[in-house]
Design a protein around this ligand. Sequence first.
Ligand code: NAP
Length: 244
Amino acid sequence: MTLEGKTAIVTGASRGIGRAIALRFARAGASVAIIYASDADRADEVRREAAGHGVRAAAYRCDVSDFEAVKNTVNSVCEFFGTIDILVNNAGVTSDGLIVAMKEQSFDRVIGANLKGAFNMIRHCSPVFVRRRSGRILNISSVAGLSGNAGQANYAASKAGLIGLTKTVAREFASRGICCNAIAPGFIATDMTAALDSGKITQSIPLGRAGRPDEVAELALFLCGDGAAYITGEVIRIDGGLAI
Ligand code: NAP
């Protein structure tokens, strides 16, 4: 699988799944724009490691929930790389709690980063894709968006919203040669899940273990590559059977 000559923007690429996707894409020959929220050191590590694959790489600090900041960042990416071929909306946060105790800010923050963030990125990248009559958009949803999850009303709503967004974008842009799909990971070992009781969760996973970021990255590579040119509006679970 090659992404030779392509440019990809990956949000939330300083850590976890986004990092694995950015590095896998770089290994496949894509230049990568690494978007992060605050961890400049880790973003720069990813940038250096990506550049080690002989591609162009640059890191951009940008809160994806900020419409204007995203607009400026996408402009900077276009200026530096010349164009954009692939957008991966991976940036995400959690702020768990039962609905009866959930604060308004907690709901807004999670929807802002996870759902509005993806809209903002799509909104500002899509004119580039439309002009070129090609492009790939991949949204990182979650099994929580398919099945719901007690204690994650904000997160599950944001991830279900991403699925509606994915299908709508797929329909709106199909005639312009743009495909949009989503991945719904289950329990993947990253900073986001580090504090959870992995022993208890893995008991409910048919394959009996947590997933790895590189396994999600492999699926992302497939969906953004030439082999997936006839797939759009699809949501693929990668969860070891958790949400069967
Ligand atoms: P993670 O390790 O916590 O990393 C989150 C990444 O998102 C970091 O790079 C962070 O940047 C960035 N980020 C957070 N808020 C942002 C914002 N407002 N603007 C820009 N960047 C922002 O998370 P992960 O586990 O790799 O998860 C990646 C994606 O997969 C998320 O959308 C998550 O919901 C989804 N997912 C994860 C799992 C799982 O089990 N891990 C399961 C299903 C879905 P900084 O480093 O600068 O903070």
